[in-house]
Design a protein around this ligand. Structure first.
Ligand SMILES: Nc1ncnc2c1ncn2[C@@H]1O[C@H](COP(=O)(O)OP(=O)(O)OP(=O)(O)O)[C@@H](O)[C@H]1O
Ligand SMILES: [Mg+2]
Length: 577
């Protein structure tokens, strides 16, 4: 319950519109209570057998006034409640997105994009239902039940007491329904999230599906997920389907009670005719709100099931955060790893006691077979992941004591799998420094050897490059990402396989761009193609998560260790000896 409060606090700023909604609803309820009373008065007037035409006219006018008020209040109820709900939903979604954005990368490793999207969009959507419909409906119906009770008891206490008989049964069924339906709705929401997730993945991977002609297989997989949504939603709705007729039946018993006992009382002259009619008219207003409360309960169960899923995210705290006294410093760029060990998954060590130092402005290369942890080392420097033990120092300061934003502002990363956003070339380069001038962007693109090809694109710098930059070639994307890094001009540079997967001509262009970018920067270069790391000030060779040798290219060749054998394997046979 405390958790739900966490979600409801977002409604606070919209207190006033919520109060207006409730006032409007109270007015509607009031008018609904007065209307049958007018009919009762009419019957009373008619059965008095006095030709009181004046009273009938007044009654008609009163009823018109009641209906006008009711119409205005109904408009208020409908519009203001939706206004409140959507404002609330907007704030909650923004909060949820901002929270997700703060979570550490480790969190995303186990999550699917579509699944998270579903929580932001679908799960929060049920809260709109709750705020716009459930909360006001509950209030109105409770008011209605109270109002009707007072009127019924005013008219005839014994008969009113008799009409209460079905209520405990209705309450028991409503409560039982909550217990059964909530878990079912939660599963249904999970199935919707699974569907979202597979759709998201398949649409992104459409090329692979076509290339491997897996359309049939994927169509079956997606079909299954779609079917599952229906199956599980129907399971939940089946419970509702049993629930509603049961409630209706119990309400019907109430009418039987009034007919049976009310009829007898009227025959015995203990209940005036107008009261008997009013009883029957009010009875609809008595059980109907109770049934409505039950129905709302269904929406509420659905919303609570979703709330669980939203809260699961909101209650996850980012594990990489600024300590209270984090420092904002000017970074020169020396990097030191002291005995750093790390694992992504408990008990599977990836890095074991890694220690090395990169002086500011120097280039350090990390080489070694695939999967030894080179990229992992690179990920620890901007604290994308937290080192398990040991320390990473930048300019002699533990990176945990530097403000995350400050740390990351001082690091540029260029990697093989470039991610560009759906937008223009200009917007993507500006990502490195949003306040840069156009001239600065062009200068950066020139340094990155990207300017020429950009000018040949349809709209130059304003060309839209599609999702993830699909409209560009690998080498072009690479150079835009270098331009981005040039513009960022951070003192620390991480190049992870930045030149692989392009032809030699483009590689030369990229290498040339990188050389310009690396000038005066501390660079960590990761490359399989060893020719690109020969000039590094120091080469660190990794094997199974540990450093096994390090030194300059010449020193390592002489040492005849892993590096020299890796080199030998890469030199074409024709060039050996
Ligand atoms: N997010 C992750 N979660 C769990 N394990 C991971 C994750 N990322 C990498 N690993 C594992 O950590 C190990 C080191 O991976 P890493 O990417 O650092 O290797 P690498 O040296 O960069 O390899 P390559 O040369 O192929 O790029 C691998 O065994 C990999 O399976
Ligand atoms: Mg790697």
């Amino acid at each position: 319950m405390k958790d739900i409060k966490h979600l409801l606090k977002f409604i606070k700023p919209y207190k006033i519109s919520l109060i207006v909604t409730i006032l409007c609803m109270a007015t509607v309820t009031g008018m609904n209570l007065v209307a049958p009373w007018m009919i009762r008065t009419l019957i009373q007037t008619v059965s008095d057998n006095i030709a009181n035409y004046q009273k009938i006219s007044t009654l008609s006018i009163l009823v018109i006034v009641i209906y006008i008020f009711r119409a205005i209040a109904q408009f208020g109820t409908s519009y203001v409640s939706h206004y409140t709900a959507w404002q609330y939903l907007k704030d909650l979604r923004i909060h949820l997105y901002n929270h997700i954005q703060k979570l550490s990368l480790k969190y995303f490793d186990d999550k699917q994009t579509g699944e998270l999207m579903s929580r932001i969009i679908n799960d929060t959507r049920t809260f709109e239902q709750m705020t716009a419909h459930a909360i006001p409906t509950i209030i109105v119906n409770v008011l209605m039940v109270l109002g009707v009770s007072i009127i019924l008891f005013y008219m005839n206490i014994p008969l009113a007491l008799l009409t209460l008989i079905p209520i405990p049964f209705i309450v028991i069924i409503v409560l039982k329904f909550s217990l059964i339906s909530r878990p079912k709705f939660k599963v249904a929401q999970e199935k919707i999230a699974e569907l979202n997730s597979i759709l998201q993945e398949n649409i992104s991977g459409i090329k692979e599906i076509k290339a491997f002609t897996q359309e049939e297989y994927e169509s079956k997989r997606v079909g299954e997920k779609i079917t599952n949504v229906s199956i599980y939603l129907l399971k939940a709705l089946k419970v509702s389907a049993v629930f509603h007729p049961t409630i209706q039946f119990l309400s019907g018993i109430g009418t039987v009670i009034v007919i049976f006992f009310g009829g007898r009382l009227a025959l015995a002259g203990k209940l005036p005719l107008e009261d008997l009619v009013a009883f029957i008219l009010y009875l609809g207003n008595f059980y109907q709100p109770i049934t409505a409360l039950g129905q709302i309960n269904e929406g509420l169960q659905q919303a609570l099931a979703s709330a669980d899923r939203v809260l699961e995210v909101l209650n996850t705290q980012p594990d990489i955060i600024d300590p209270p006294n984090a420092r904002d410093i000017k970074i020169e760029g020396s990097i030191e790893f002291q005995d750093v060990s790390f694992m992504y998954i408990d008990s599977i060590p990836v890095l074991k006691n890694v220690s090395f130092k990169a002086e500011a402005g120097k280039t350090i290369a990390l080489v070694g077979p695939t999967g030894v942890g080179k990229t992992t080392i690179a990920r620890l420097i901007p604290r994308f992941y937290e080192a398990g033990s040991g320390k990473i120092l930048i300019d002699g300061i533990d990176i945990k004591d530097i403000k995350l934003s400050c740390l990351r502002k001082h690091i540029s990363i260029v990697s093989q799998d470039v991610f560009l956003f759906n937008g223009t070339v200009l917007e993507n380069i500006l990502y490195g420094k949003p306040d840069a001038t156009f001239d600065e962007v062009v200068a950066a693109a020139k340094t990155a050897n990207a300017h020429d090809f950009i000018m040949k694109l349809k709209d130059g710098y304003n060309t839209h490059i599609g999702e993830r930059g699909v409209k560009l070639s690998g080498g072009q994307k690479q150079r835009i990402s270098i331009a981005r890094a040039v513009l960022k001009n951070a003192p620390i540079l991480i190049l992870d396989e930045a030149t692989s997967s392009v032809d030699t001509q483009t590689e030369r262009l990229i290498q040339d761009a990188l050389n310009k970018l690396m000038k005066n920067k501390t660079s960590i270069v990761i490359a399989h193609r060893l020719s690109t790391v020969e000039n590094a000030n120091r080469i660190i060779v990794l094997e199974e998560g540990s450093i096994i040798e390090s030194g300059s290219h010449e020193e390592l060749l002489k040492a005849k260790g892993l590096y020299s054998s890796l080199c030998a394997a890469q030199i074409p046979v024709s060039l050996q000896l």
